[in-house]
Ligand binder design. Structure first.
Ligand code: FES
Ligand code: FES
Length: 163
């Protein structure tokens, strides 16, 4: 990472959804703002902007992180995945299909965050128990579903992925 001006712009080299680019970001920008505003990845949602709700969750080097609490500059040298990378064109991933099948979303505001937290879990543990799913999703809030259908969807997807 190199300073590009004496003030507040920094250059970062970051891979986003498989595409590596060098971009200039404001040193004060959050990763959420950079990805949403500069890279137009608006699947990332901003709820609390204080690290509480999980709506802004992305994967950074495979780990679920809150993009509202991460500076864009911290993306330097990292590999980032957002919800836009889960599907293959119009073809939903098994996890997304399971969310659809189980009606695991209503307004959908929280969904990207849940999908990425669940992706982190299933990448590390393809056959989680119900308790492990609940624990993995405990940092994501949903105001609509009551969580049951989300847990069912992740367990169903685990079955599909594991088979
Ligand atoms: S918007 Fe980032 S945790 Fe709520
Ligand atoms: S589906 Fe509305 S907040 Fe989760």
């Amino acid at each position: 990472m190199t300073s590009s001006s004496p003030s507040e712009r920094v250059e970062i080299d970051v891979e986003v959804n498989g595409r590596r680019r060098t971009v200039a970001v404001d040193a004060r920008d959050t990763l959420a703002d950079h990805l949403r505003n500069d890279q137009k990845l608006t699947g990332i949602k901003l709820g609390c902007e204080h690290g509480v709700c999980g709506a802004c969750t992305i994967l950074m080097d495979g780990a679920a992180v809150r993009s509202c609490l991460t500076l864009a500059a911290q993306g330097n040298g990292r590999s980032i995945r957002t919800v836009e990378d889960l599907s293959d064109g119009a073809a939903l991933s098994p996890l997304q299909e399971a969310f659809k099948k189980h009606h695991a979303l209503q307004c959908g505001f929280c969904t990207a965050g849940f999908l990425l937290s669940a992706t982190e879990l299933l990448d590390a543990n393809p056959s989680p128990t119900r308790d492990e799913v609940v624990e993995a999703l405990s940092g994501n809030l949903c105001r609509c579903t009551g969580y049951q259908t989300i847990v069912e969807a992740v367990l169903d997807a685990a079955g599909q992925i594991g088979n």
